[in-house]
Design a protein around this ligand. Structure first.
Ligand code: SF4
Length: 262
């Protein structure tokens, strides 16, 4: 029995380049699964549609989108805790017995709950009796992230394709995310606390509506969880503090521009 071959994509440049090359190279693909966290940039929706059209044209298949039934914000603020020990600890610390708070480097609950588990579950339902192999879009310069797992393959690493080359492969084939990668160096969840401050500065400038949502989410997290890891967006910064910092930087740079004009 043949293996069941699945391309798991995030919609970012690396997994997109992987899928484009797999199609061009005639590699077997039984399913393409996209895990939608619900917090991707709006431009990502159009990108996935365009990829889906190509997949349908080339292989007569559609991208299968998996999504948590309640979504990211429910996980942050509302998921009820059930383990008595966890409830007890939270009550001792004055933290509500629901919600996971902001994900952080030591508690990155989102990747598992909003991506990996959903993709694994879908593969389990689709593969039947067959052995599933998952293609993962990790670029050659990120090879340290690959797992030693006989059920996973990393085509970009096998082909020696770097992140920069992956982006160019997408551009060369007309996939440009409506300019998203001209602004940001990463295009996963816009609300990710693990992204760099420089990316957040650009979010405020180029996606002010999303920035306002982030401000609201952080106010809510602080109100619920206070100064605890669950309520801390970043170790040393709330979103409100970042907002003030970015506004001050803008004022400073417009003053300098005015001086230059004198
Ligand atoms: S991008 Fe950030 S918030 Fe989104 S799933 Fe990954 S770690 Fe979590």
């Amino acid at each position: 029995m043949n293996d069941y071959m699945v391309a798991a994509i995030s919609g970012g440049k690396d997994s997109t380049a992987m899928l484009l090359l797999m199609l061009e190279r005639g590699m077997p693909i039984d399913a393409v699964i996209y895990a939608d966290t619900g917090m991707d940039f709006p431009e990502m929706g159009a990108h996935i549609e365009k990829l889906d059209e190509l997949l349908y044209r080339e292989r007569g298949q559609h991208i299968i989108t998996v999504q948590h039934p309640k979504g990211f914000e429910w996980m942050v603020f509302e998921e009820p805790k059930v383990a008595p020990s966890s409830i007890e600890k939270r009550l001792e610390r004055g933290i509500p017995a629901y919600g996971n708070g902001w994900p952080g480097p030591r508690m990155r609950w989102c990747t598992g709950h909003l991506k990996t588990k959903l993709v694994d579950k879908a593969i389990g339902q689709l593969k039947g009796e067959r052995n599933a192999i998952q293609y993962v879009g990790i670029a050659a310069d990120e090879a340290k992230r690959c797992k030693d797992d006989k059920h996973k393959r990393y085509p970009l690493v096998e082909w020696g394709i770097t992140e920069e080359q992956a982006l160019q492969i997408c551009y060369d084939r007309g996939f440009d995310w409506d300019g998203l990668y001209k602004i940001y160096s990463r295009c996963s969840c816009w609300c990710c606390p693990l992204q760099r401050i420089g990316e957040l500065r650009k979010l405020r400038q180029y996606h002010p509506d999303l920035w306002r949502r982030l401000l609201d989410m952080d106010r809510r997290a602080i109100e619920m969880y206070g100064d605890t890891p669950l309520g801390r967006f970043k170790d040393n910064w709330t979103v409100e503090q970042l907002d003030k910092r970015f506004a001050a930087e803008e004022r400073q740079s417009s003053l300098l521009d005015k001086e230059d004009d004198l």
